[in-house]
Ligand binder design. Structure first.
Ligand SMILES: Cc1cc2nc3c(=O)[nH]c(=O)nc-3n(C[C@H](O)[C@H](O)[C@H](O)COP(=O)(O)OP(=O)(O)OC[C@H]3O[C@@H](n4cnc5c(N)ncnc54)[C@H](O)[C@@H]3O)c2cc1C
Length: 290
């Protein structure tokens, strides 16, 4: 059965939740469609010091505060993953994994996604492969772990992991020899020019098979943290909306995209400064106009 709304928001990060709050308070029949859980990237931040009114707060607490307000206002939250869209008609259609949805206006708040390794890492998701060092470090307390990195992208994650793991090996695909000596942390080893070929293991991760100096080498490990950076989640909008050269959705100052009644807010939108307050500002404008 199809569900109909005035406004549908794709993505329940801080941008999407703020858009929902503003749309709901205008009396719109609004729902947020989120594929995981309300909060988005904020949930993985251990310390935020620039969110006005909070001198210091952890991301999980802040994300839960947003979600509490969404629930308090009675905004619909639908657990689904939008895989396809049709923005050609007056009524916008969203095709989720579970159901199809229709709305007068759509607000895209899909944020950023981790860049994948592109090997067999999905076979070990939740069983040793992780895309979030801050979220999952504690599961590998006292263990040896590896980090997949490109040009130093994994260093921040490695520092987070070194707090609890016994050894962290950063497998960087580029030459990091000039920078490696800067890491005084005795738990972190940075290996340059590593080409990861495969995650090895039976039930859980046991090693990472890679090419180093032309030879195959097995790095034994309990986990592989993929820390290759982030990219906008705009695959399903590629041939439908105007994107900038890095794949972010272009909007005007009112968050309006190249399609009428389709808005984009937060990190997925082309623009300067990707932060919580700017994502909320975007969400407020779109929620007021959608
Ligand atoms: C390491 C790090 C540190 C940071 N530190 C700070 C800081 O100190 N202060 C600060 O202000 N900002 C900080 N930021 C930035 C801040 O976290 C982001 O700007 C903000 O969280 C973006 O929110 P968003 O709602 O736009 O996107 P996201 O948080 O990415 O939310 C997008 C949501 O959409 C969902 N989604 C995606 N695709 C679909 C789909 N097809 N169907 C259904 N749901 C979907 C996702 O599951 C996700 O929940 C930091 C970011 C990082 C990575």
């Amino acid at each position: 059965m199809e569900k109909k709304f005035d406004v549908l928001i794709i993505g329940g990060g801080v941008a999407g939740m703020t858009a929902g709050i503003y749309a709901k308070r205008r009396g719109r029949n609004v729902a947020i469609i989120e594929k995981f859980t309300l909060g988005g990237q904020v949930l993985s931040l251990n310390r935020i010091e620039n969110f006005p009114s909070q001198s210091e707060i952890d991301g999980l607490t802040l994300g839960q505060m947003f979600a509490k307000q969404v629930k308090h206002l009675g905004i619909g939250v639908i657990l689904d993953d939008i895989e396809k869209i049709d923005f050609t008609g007056k009524e916008k259609i969203l095709f989720g994994k579970k159901q199809t949805y229709r709305a007068e206006s759509v607000i895209i708040a899909t944020g950023l996604a981790s860049v994948p390794l592109g090997k067999n890492e999905d076979d070990f998701l939740g069983r040793g492969v992780s895309f979030c060092a801050v979220c999952d470090a504690n599961f590998y307390k006292g263990k040896d772990v590896c980090v997949a990195s490109k040009g130093g992208s994994g260093i921040k994650g490695a520092l987070d992991l070194a707090g609890v793991c016994s050894k962290v090996t950063v497998l960087d695909s580029q030459d990091m020899s000039k920078f490696a000596s800067n890491f005084k942390n005795p738990k972190i080893e940075v290996v340059s020019n590593v080409e990861i070929e495969k995650v090895e293991g039976s039930d859980t991760v046991e090693g990472v098979l890679a090419k180093l100096n032309g030879k195959e080498k097995l790095f034994k490990t309990s986990a592989l943290f993929v820390e290759l950076g982030k990219r906008p989640k705009t695959d399903i909008f590629k041939r439908v909306l105007d994107l900038d050269d890095r794949g972010f959705i272009k909007t005007d100052a009112n968050m309006q995209t190249s399609q009428e009644n389709v808005f984009a807010v937060g990190d997925v939108r082309s623009g300067f400064l990707k932060q919580i307050v700017t994502a909320c500002g975007d969400g407020a404008i779109a929620g007021q106009l959608a």
